[in-house]
Design a protein around this ligand. Structure first.
Ligand SMILES: NC(=O)c1ccc[n+]([C@@H]2O[C@H](COP(=O)([O-])OP(=O)(O)OC[C@H]3O[C@@H](n4cnc5c(N)ncnc54)[C@H](OP(=O)(O)O)[C@@H]3O)[C@@H](O)[C@H]2O)c1
Length: 252
């Protein structure tokens, strides 16, 4: 049994966005493995079904296809969480888009999509989920090392991830007295579709390895233990914080 298979989340009810692949998929699998019932949300129905098939429990996984750039989708997502799970104890705002580019090249429409998904949908989900979150509930916003430091050619993404950390800290203050914790995860370079362009570029791959103190990329599974920790009572006195899981990237 690995640390992410200890049933520390038995009976908890979790909503994970961006769950049709990548980090979100690994989080759903780990949350279910540690006992949580999970509603997995993304646009791609096929990917969501694959995620559900990979999650072997003991927690149950149900899925909902929704485009979180649409503010009208948010109430439906939260209503489905109530219908499928009977409430909500863990909210993981993980969805984000791979769109990026230097400021001279990034169209306003792409900027808007990056912000609408990566920041607004997380803020709206926190707002809509608020009445459901009771004492002991945990919100985890998936930020990035870009919540803390900049990355070349990523103005909109970096701004969104910095702002998401701002929401995390501000909401942690607002909800601390009611026993609802709000923290952020800051992954470094993780092998997912989001980094497809880098993964296909030998020079860029070398640059990432050379500049990552641990000398390698993270697997999606390496994000799971930290998120289970933030979701569970193991982190019960921790709120408004960012857990950096970056192979040493920001320690340089
Ligand atoms: N990979 C990294 O190196 C890295 C590093 C730091 C932080 N992060 C953060 O980690 C999180 C997950 O990233 P990832 O690498 O796993 O990315 P990914 O593989 O591209 O997955 C993104 C997820 O978001 C979903 N999504 C995209 N647009 C959506 C929309 N409009 N509505 C609902 N869901 C949508 C995607 O599913 P559909 O396309 O099916 O909707 C997918 O499930 C993101 O917040 C990212 O910024 C990643």
């Amino acid at each position: 049994m690995t640390t992410t298979e200890i049933p520390v989340l038995n009976g908890r009810r979790a909503l994970v966005t961006g769950a049709s692949r990548g980090i979100g998929r690994a989080l759903v699998v780990a949350l279910a493995a540690t006992g949580a019932d999970v509603l997995a949300v993304a646009r791609g129905e096929d990917g969501l079904q694959e995620t559900a098939a990979l999650a072997t429990g003991p927690g149950r996984v149900s899925v909902l296809a929704a485009d979180l750039r649409d503010p009208d989708s948010i109430d439906e997502v939260v209503a489905r969480a109530v219908a499928e799970l009977g409430g909500l104890d863990i909210l993981v705002n993980n969805a984000a888009t791979h769109l990026n580019g230097r400021i001279e090249d990034l169209p306003l429409e792409d900027y808007q999509q990056i912000v609408d998904l990566g920041l607004r949908s997380a803020w709206l989900l926190c707002k809509a989920a608020s009445p459901l979150l009771g004492e002991g509930a945990s919100v985890i916003n998936v930020g990035s090392v870009c919540s803390l430091v900049a990355m070349h050619g990523e103005t909109a993404y970096v701004a969104t991830k910095h702002a998401l950390l701002g929401v995390t800290r501000a909401l942690a203050l607002e909800w601390a007295r009611r026993g609802v914790r709000v923290n952020a995860l800051a992954p470094g370079w993780v092998e997912t579709e989001m980094n497809q362009a880098v993964l296909q570029d030998a020079d860029a791959m070398t640059w990432v390895r050379r500049n990552t103190p641990m000398g390698r990329w993270a697997s999606t599974e390496e994000m799971a233990g930290p998120v289970v920790f933030l979701a569970s009572d193991a982190s019960s006195y921790m709120t408004g914080q960012v857990l950096v899981v970056d192979g040493g990237w920001t320690a340089r």
